[in-house]
Design a protein around this ligand. Structure first.
Ligand SMILES: [Fe+2]
Length: 262
C-alpha cells in the first residue's frame, strides 16, 4: 500500500465517524472520545515504529491498522450505547466485520488486507491467538501497545479531569469506593493481566489498567509509558496504602528491567 492509500483511508474514517455524530451531548462525547483516541493511537504507532526503525512500508501498514483498530466502537455504541464488550459485542470482531462489509480494503493486496483485518480483530483479545502467523502477530502486538498507551491517557484524563468533561462510558459504571480486591493484587504480583471478570470497584479497574504493562511488547512502548508517567499517575489515583505502594515499586522494577532489555 502507498501513502496515498492511507490518506484515502483517513478520509473514509473521518466520514464514517461523522455518520455517527448525534445531537445528544452525552452520546456525542462518547463518540468523540473514540475518534480522538484513534488519532492518538495513530500518533503512538508512528512513535513506536520510529523507535523500532521500521521501514516506510511497515510504518504505513501499522498506521492503517491503528486507524481502523476501533472502527467497531462506532456501530457498537450506536446499537448498544456502551463500550462494554461483555454486555454488548466484541468490538474487535465487529471492527473486522465492518472493514469487510464496507469493502474499505478492497484495493490492497491480499496479504496486507489480512494483516490489517486480523490486527483489528485481535487488538483487544485477552491474549494473542497462538496459531497466528509471525508477521501478523508482530502487527497485532504493535496495535496493542499503541492502543494501551492511549487508553492510559483517556483514563487519566477521566480520573484527573473535571466532572463535567467526563465521557460517561469511560468508568464502566463501577462503584468509586475506597476498596480494592486482594485477588486483583495477587494477579499483579504474578505478572498476569487482570481479567475484567475479577473486578468489583473502580480501584480494581485502575489496578487492571496497571496490569496491562505485562502485555506491553516493545521497548519504545515502555519508554513512552515512562515519559508520560502513567504508572505514577494511576498509582496516585489509588488509595495511598502500603499495599499499593508495594505494587508501585514492583511495577517500576518490572519496567526498569524491560528498558534495560531483560
Ligand atoms: Fe479497542
Amino acid at each position: 500500500m502507498t501513502p496515498d492509500d492511507l490518506k484515502i483511508f483517513k478520509k473514509w474514517f473521518s466520514g464514517y465517524c461523522k455518520s455517527f455524530y448525534t445531537a445528544n451531548i452525552e452520546d456525542q462525547k462518547n463518540i468523540s472520545l473514540k475518534e480522538e483516541h484513534t488519532f492518538n493511537v495513530c500518533k503512538n504507532m508512528i512513535e513506536i515504529a520510529k523507535g523500532l526503525a521500521l521501514s516506510e512500508d511497515q510504518t504505513i501498514l501499522a498506521e492503517t491498522a491503528a486507524l481502523f483498530h476501533d472502527v467497531g466502537r462506532f456501530p457498537q455504541y450506536a446499537k448498544y450505547r456502551t463500550f462494554r464488550d461483555s454486555i454488548s459485542v466484541n468490538h474487535g470482531i465487529l471492527g473486522a466485520q465492518t472493514l469487510i462489509e464496507e469493502k474499505i480494503l478492497e484495493k490492497l493486496p491480499e496479504d496486507e488486507k489480512e494483516l490489517i483485518i486480523r490486527s483489528v480483530k485481535f487488538h483487544n483479545a485477552f491474549s494473542i491467538p497462538k496459531k497466528e502467523k509471525e508477521d501478523i502477530v508482530f502487527f497485532i502486538k504493535l496495535v496493542r501497545d499503541a492502543d494501551k498507551l492511549d487508553i492510559w491517557r483517556v483514563f487519566l484524563e477521566y480520573y484527573e479531569g473535571p466532572e463535567d468533561s467526563k465521557a460517561s462510558a469511560v468508568g464502566l459504571g463501577l462503584p468509586d469506593i475506597p476498596e480494592y480486591t486482594p485477588d486483583v493484587l495477587s494477579c499483579i504480583y504474578k505478572k498476569k493481566i487482570v481479567a475484567l471478570s475479577k473486578i468489583k470497584t473502580l480501584n480494581d479497574f485502575k489496578l487492571l489498567q496497571l496490569s496491562w504493562i505485562f502485555d506491553l511488547n516493545f521497548i519504545p512502548s515502555f519508554q513512552l509509558l515512562n515519559e508520560r508517567n502513567y504508572i505514577d499517575r494511576i498509582i496516585s489515583n489509588l488509595p495511598q496504602t502500603d499495599e499499593i505502594q508495594h505494587i508501585f515499586l514492583f511495577l517500576k522494577e518490572y519496567v526498569d528491567k524491560k528498558l534495560q532489555g531483560s
